[in-house]
Design a protein. Structure first.
Length: 211
Protein backbone atom coordinates (compact mmCIF):
# COMPACT_ATOMS: atom_id res chain seq x y z
CA UNK A 1 0.00 0.00 0.00
CA UNK A 2 2.87 2.31 0.84
CA UNK A 3 4.52 1.70 -2.54
CA UNK A 4 1.19 2.07 -4.34
CA UNK A 5 0.88 5.57 -2.91
CA UNK A 6 4.47 6.33 -3.99
CA UNK A 7 3.69 5.19 -7.54
CA UNK A 8 0.62 7.43 -7.62
CA UNK A 9 2.54 10.46 -6.30
CA UNK A 10 5.46 9.87 -8.68
CA UNK A 11 3.03 9.70 -11.60
CA UNK A 12 1.46 13.01 -10.54
CA UNK A 13 4.86 14.66 -10.10
CA UNK A 14 6.15 13.44 -13.47
CA UNK A 15 2.92 14.45 -15.23
CA UNK A 16 3.14 17.89 -13.61
CA UNK A 17 6.71 18.34 -14.83
CA UNK A 18 5.79 17.09 -18.32
CA UNK A 19 2.78 19.43 -18.47
CA UNK A 20 4.81 22.53 -17.56
CA UNK A 21 7.63 21.56 -19.90
CA UNK A 22 5.29 20.75 -22.80
CA UNK A 23 2.97 23.75 -22.46
CA UNK A 24 5.92 26.16 -22.47
CA UNK A 25 7.16 24.54 -25.67
CA UNK A 26 3.89 25.15 -27.55
CA UNK A 27 3.66 27.81 -30.25
CA UNK A 28 0.53 29.38 -28.77
CA UNK A 29 2.30 30.18 -25.49
CA UNK A 30 5.22 31.73 -27.39
CA UNK A 31 2.81 33.73 -29.56
CA UNK A 32 0.96 34.92 -26.44
CA UNK A 33 4.30 35.98 -24.94
CA UNK A 34 5.09 37.99 -28.07
CA UNK A 35 1.74 39.77 -27.73
CA UNK A 36 2.42 40.56 -24.08
CA UNK A 37 6.12 41.44 -24.11
CA UNK A 38 7.08 42.10 -27.74
CA UNK A 39 8.91 40.00 -30.29
CA UNK A 40 12.42 41.26 -29.55
CA UNK A 41 12.18 40.53 -25.82
CA UNK A 42 10.73 37.06 -26.44
CA UNK A 43 13.53 36.24 -28.91
CA UNK A 44 16.01 37.41 -26.28
CA UNK A 45 14.60 35.88 -23.12
CA UNK A 46 12.08 33.11 -23.80
CA UNK A 47 14.55 30.32 -24.39
CA UNK A 48 16.57 31.25 -21.31
CA UNK A 49 13.44 31.47 -19.13
CA UNK A 50 12.25 28.13 -20.53
CA UNK A 51 15.60 26.53 -19.67
CA UNK A 52 15.56 27.96 -16.14
CA UNK A 53 11.98 26.87 -15.43
CA UNK A 54 12.68 23.38 -16.84
CA UNK A 55 15.79 23.07 -14.67
CA UNK A 56 14.06 24.31 -11.50
CA UNK A 57 10.99 22.09 -11.98
CA UNK A 58 13.27 19.11 -12.66
CA UNK A 59 15.10 19.68 -9.37
CA UNK A 60 11.80 20.14 -7.50
CA UNK A 61 10.41 16.93 -9.04
CA UNK A 62 13.60 15.06 -8.09
CA UNK A 63 13.46 16.29 -4.48
CA UNK A 64 9.75 15.46 -4.16
CA UNK A 65 10.33 11.92 -5.45
CA UNK A 66 13.42 11.51 -3.27
CA UNK A 67 11.39 12.00 -0.09
CA UNK A 68 8.95 9.19 -0.92
CA UNK A 69 9.31 5.68 0.57
CA UNK A 70 11.25 3.38 -1.71
CA UNK A 71 12.62 -0.15 -1.87
CA UNK A 72 14.85 -2.37 -3.98
CA UNK A 73 12.94 -3.88 -6.90
CA UNK A 74 15.73 -5.85 -8.59
CA UNK A 75 19.24 -6.67 -7.38
CA UNK A 76 21.63 -6.20 -10.30
CA UNK A 77 24.77 -8.41 -10.02
CA UNK A 78 28.09 -6.54 -9.74
CA UNK A 79 29.40 -7.35 -13.23
CA UNK A 80 26.08 -6.31 -14.80
CA UNK A 81 26.20 -3.05 -12.84
CA UNK A 82 29.48 -2.22 -14.58
CA UNK A 83 27.80 -2.83 -17.95
CA UNK A 84 24.84 -0.64 -16.95
CA UNK A 85 27.18 2.17 -15.86
CA UNK A 86 29.01 1.94 -19.19
CA UNK A 87 25.74 2.17 -21.13
CA UNK A 88 24.66 5.16 -19.00
CA UNK A 89 28.02 6.82 -19.71
CA UNK A 90 27.52 6.20 -23.42
CA UNK A 91 24.07 7.82 -23.16
CA UNK A 92 25.56 10.83 -21.36
CA UNK A 93 28.20 11.18 -24.09
CA UNK A 94 25.46 11.18 -26.75
CA UNK A 95 23.67 13.97 -24.85
CA UNK A 96 26.88 16.01 -24.54
CA UNK A 97 27.66 15.58 -28.25
CA UNK A 98 24.08 16.61 -29.08
CA UNK A 99 24.48 19.86 -27.14
CA UNK A 100 27.81 20.45 -28.86
CA UNK A 101 26.28 20.05 -32.31
CA UNK A 102 23.25 22.20 -31.41
CA UNK A 103 25.32 24.95 -29.78
CA UNK A 104 24.72 24.77 -26.03
CA UNK A 105 24.78 28.54 -25.43
CA UNK A 106 22.11 29.27 -28.03
CA UNK A 107 20.10 26.14 -27.17
CA UNK A 108 19.93 27.22 -23.51
CA UNK A 109 19.16 30.84 -24.41
CA UNK A 110 22.38 32.28 -22.96
CA UNK A 111 23.56 33.69 -26.31
CA UNK A 112 20.26 35.49 -26.85
CA UNK A 113 20.36 37.09 -23.40
CA UNK A 114 23.96 38.23 -23.88
CA UNK A 115 23.10 39.78 -27.25
CA UNK A 116 20.08 41.54 -25.74
CA UNK A 117 22.12 43.00 -22.88
CA UNK A 118 24.86 44.04 -25.33
CA UNK A 119 22.33 45.78 -27.55
CA UNK A 120 23.02 43.46 -30.49
CA UNK A 121 20.37 42.36 -32.97
CA UNK A 122 18.82 38.97 -32.23
CA UNK A 123 17.91 36.95 -35.30
CA UNK A 124 16.45 33.52 -35.68
CA UNK A 125 12.99 32.26 -34.89
CA UNK A 126 10.58 33.24 -32.11
CA UNK A 127 13.04 31.89 -29.51
CA UNK A 128 16.10 33.44 -31.14
CA UNK A 129 17.26 30.07 -32.43
CA UNK A 130 19.02 30.31 -35.78
CA UNK A 131 17.49 27.27 -37.46
CA UNK A 132 18.20 27.86 -41.11
CA UNK A 133 18.43 24.28 -42.31
CA UNK A 134 18.46 20.73 -41.04
CA UNK A 135 21.73 19.75 -39.43
CA UNK A 136 23.36 16.42 -40.11
CA UNK A 137 26.45 17.37 -38.17
CA UNK A 138 27.91 14.95 -35.65
CA UNK A 139 25.41 12.63 -33.95
CA UNK A 140 22.55 14.15 -35.96
CA UNK A 141 23.99 12.37 -38.97
CA UNK A 142 23.26 8.96 -37.41
CA UNK A 143 20.35 9.57 -34.94
CA UNK A 144 17.40 11.89 -35.47
CA UNK A 145 16.77 12.45 -31.75
CA UNK A 146 20.12 11.96 -29.98
CA UNK A 147 19.09 13.96 -26.89
CA UNK A 148 16.12 11.68 -26.38
CA UNK A 149 18.09 8.53 -27.23
CA UNK A 150 20.79 9.43 -24.70
CA UNK A 151 18.15 10.17 -22.08
CA UNK A 152 16.50 6.78 -22.60
CA UNK A 153 19.84 5.02 -22.07
CA UNK A 154 20.52 6.98 -18.88
CA UNK A 155 17.08 6.27 -17.44
CA UNK A 156 16.58 2.65 -18.51
CA UNK A 157 20.03 1.42 -17.53
CA UNK A 158 20.05 2.72 -13.99
CA UNK A 159 21.90 -0.06 -12.12
CA UNK A 160 20.15 0.74 -8.82
CA UNK A 161 16.65 -0.52 -9.64
CA UNK A 162 14.20 0.57 -6.97
CA UNK A 163 10.42 0.79 -7.14
CA UNK A 164 10.55 4.56 -7.58
CA UNK A 165 13.39 4.58 -10.12
CA UNK A 166 11.60 1.96 -12.23
CA UNK A 167 8.44 4.09 -12.36
CA UNK A 168 10.43 7.23 -13.19
CA UNK A 169 12.33 5.39 -15.94
CA UNK A 170 9.11 4.03 -17.46
CA UNK A 171 7.29 7.39 -17.40
CA UNK A 172 10.36 9.24 -18.70
CA UNK A 173 10.77 6.82 -21.61
CA UNK A 174 7.09 7.18 -22.56
CA UNK A 175 7.38 10.97 -22.37
CA UNK A 176 10.54 10.96 -24.50
CA UNK A 177 8.95 8.78 -27.19
CA UNK A 178 5.89 11.07 -27.32
CA UNK A 179 8.21 14.09 -27.38
CA UNK A 180 10.14 12.66 -30.34
CA UNK A 181 6.88 12.13 -32.25
CA UNK A 182 5.79 15.73 -31.59
CA UNK A 183 9.25 17.00 -32.54
CA UNK A 184 9.04 15.10 -35.83
CA UNK A 185 5.71 16.76 -36.63
CA UNK A 186 7.02 20.22 -35.69
CA UNK A 187 10.13 19.89 -37.84
CA UNK A 188 8.12 18.50 -40.75
CA UNK A 189 5.96 21.65 -40.59
CA UNK A 190 9.12 23.77 -40.74
CA UNK A 191 11.16 21.89 -43.36
CA UNK A 192 8.51 19.93 -45.29
CA UNK A 193 9.79 17.34 -47.77
CA UNK A 194 13.38 18.06 -46.72
CA UNK A 195 12.57 16.63 -43.31
CA UNK A 196 10.75 13.66 -44.87
CA UNK A 197 13.96 12.76 -46.70
CA UNK A 198 15.98 13.22 -43.52
CA UNK A 199 13.57 11.02 -41.53
CA UNK A 200 13.75 8.27 -44.16
CA UNK A 201 17.53 8.30 -44.04
CA UNK A 202 18.16 8.83 -40.31
CA UNK A 203 16.34 6.69 -37.69
CA UNK A 204 14.83 8.18 -34.52
CA UNK A 205 16.78 6.40 -31.77
CA UNK A 206 18.78 3.42 -33.03
CA UNK A 207 21.43 4.32 -35.62
CA UNK A 208 21.86 2.30 -38.78
CA UNK A 209 25.28 0.73 -38.60
CA UNK A 210 25.14 -0.38 -42.20
CA UNK A 211 23.30 1.38 -45.03
Amino acid sequence: MEYARSVFEITLICCGFALIHSVMATDWIKTAAVGAFGGNFVRAAYRFIYTCISSVTFVIAYLLIKRLPDGILVEIPGYFKILFYLIQTFGAIIIILSFKDLGILEFSGVSQIVKYISGKEIGGNIEGLTIGSLTRAGVYGIIRHPLYAGGILVFLFNPNVTVNSAIVSLLSTIYVIIGAYIEDRRLKNIFGSQYDDYAKDIPSFIPKIFK
